[in-house]
Design a protein around this ligand. Structure first.
Ligand SMILES: Cc1ncc(COP(=O)(O)O)c(C=O)c1O
Length: 426
């Protein structure tokens, strides 16, 4: 009887060897002290700035190492990959540098900006194929292509080689903090999608720095690693909140899970709204453009998820900066909702002169700002409803506002933040 295949573990030596092979194509990105996050955490917090990596994300490390590991025959046969974002950019960039042809499958829903980046980075070497409307469709098409043509499939996370490549980020950062700042790190915070980054880093840390606490952070609506750890095997999430693209993965990889089960890092979740708040703080305070998955680990520090950082500092991997500028509206909105600062009401106004003035005077406080007002005057009726959106100066202003509303003779109904109407509006 044959026993089920046990994934080969990734070792710290694999990661160290990967570092030697990364070469000049993969940047040694800076590690910077974040004064804002250090203050919040009560301990020094260093950001590993992979948003400044060549393709603006750490994904280049694993993709490059995988492609560089192929022998001449496999290189000549070309490769295929599926991704809606950073992995595709890493594959495209590395293929061009190594002279390998690639077919990259993306869902038709992939934003134009991302498609253009993939084509620009890959140049003549890359053929972009749009298929299906979800990542799973693109992944299935890439797998079929690989089976039919014999081209190597470049996995985004479920591969010991890719994991070893991703693990180089932590080996490099620990060295930088020690050499440049004379400090030892006692906690490491990493985002988790399919688990390639966490698995690779954990493998290295478990052998080279076993005393370091590791926290893997998932988006609240996509906690597939926690589900897999509970079940002892990868499970497919039925519901997935896609906002934190990159880390919103329905099912983690076998290889990353094996490493996580062997070393048991702490896992935590951060609400998508808190990720947005952190993206804005990074942008406004620190001048850093982070994509949602890039802001996931910093958001864990900002929301107090890192407990007991120990004597040394906290090392946080800011994994990527490929944020589409058109997403900022949604980012601001989600952040306001998360902060409890945005609220919607249905106000039934008496259709008489002065009604609006009374609402403004009697109900609104000095810091309550109207951000939406939608009213249609109805003939032959005594009242007319208006949809009113308010942005509050602070979360504490909500209770007194609701009290003034209850005391008002006008009929005012709050739109339930958990309901479908609110989701439609926000
Ligand atoms: C910016 C960014 N952060 C984090 C992740 C999650 O990495 P992993 O799938 O290795 O867990 C990804 C994955 O694409 C990513 O693009």
């Amino acid at each position: 009887m044959t026993s089920p295949a046990v994934p080969a573990p990734v070792t710290a030596d694999d990661v160290d060897r990967a570092r030697e092979r990364l070469g000049a194509l993969v940047r040694r990105t800076p590690v910077e002290l974040s004064e804002r996050l250090s203050e919040l955490a009560g301990a020094p917090v260093w950001l590993k700035r992979e948003d400044l990596q060549a393709v603006r994300s750490y994904k280049l490390r694993g993709a490059y190492l995988f492609l560089d590991s192929l022998d001449d025959a496999r290189r000549a046969a070309g490769v295929v990959a599926a991704s809606a974002g950073n992995h595709a950019q890493g594959v495209a960039y590395a293929c061009r540098a190594l002279g390998i042809d690639a077919r990259i499958y993306v869902p038709t829903t992939t934003p134009r900006q991302k498609r253009e980046r993939i084509v620009a980075l890959g140049g003549e070497r890359v053929e972009l194929v749009m298929t299906g409307d979800a990542f799973d469709d693109a992944a299935a098409a890439a797998a079929t292509d690989a089976a039919r043509t014999g081209a190597a499939l470049v996995p985004p996370f479920d591969s010991p080689v890719v994991m070893a490549g991703q693990g180089t980020v932590i080996a490099e950062a620990m060295e930088q903090v020690r050499e440049d700042n004379g400090r030892e790190i006692s906690s490491v915070v990493l985002p988790v999608g399919g688990g390639g980054l966490l698995g690779g880093c954990m493998a290295w840390l478990a052998e080279r720095a076993p005393e370091v606490h590791v926290l893997g952070v998932e988006p609240a609506g996509a906690a597939s690693m926690a589900a897999a750890v509970r079940a002892g095997e990868p499970v497919t999430l039925a519901d997935l909140e896609r906002f934190v693209d990159g880390a919103a993965v329905r099912r983690v990889g076998e290889h990353p899970l094996a490493t996580v089960l062997a070393h048991r890092p702490r896992l935590g979740v951060v609400d998508e709204g808190a990720v947005c708040t952190e993206m804005l703080a990074l942008y406004q305070v620190d001048g850093i453009i982070a994509e949602p998955a890039g802001a996931l680990a910093p958001a864990a520090v900002a929301t107090g998820l890192v407990r007991d950082p120990g004597e040394g500092g906290i090392l946080v991997v800011l994994t990527g900066g490929n944020n589409d500028v058109s997403r900022y509206n949604e980012v601001v909105e989600r952040s306001l909702v998360h902060e409890g600062l945005k609220h919607y009401f249905l106000v039934t106004f008496p259709q008489e002169p002065g009604a609006l003035r009374r609402f403004l005077h009697d109900v609104l406080g000095p810091e309550d700002d109207i951000v939406l007002f939608d009213y249609i005057k109805r003939n032959n009726r005594e009242t007319g409803p208006a949809l009113v959106g308010l942005e509050l100066g602070s979360r504490e202003n909500l209770e007194p506002l609701l009290e003034r509303m209850a005391a008002s003779p006008m009929e005012i109904e709050r739109i339930d933040p958990a309901g479908p109407m609110y989701r439609y509006l926000s």
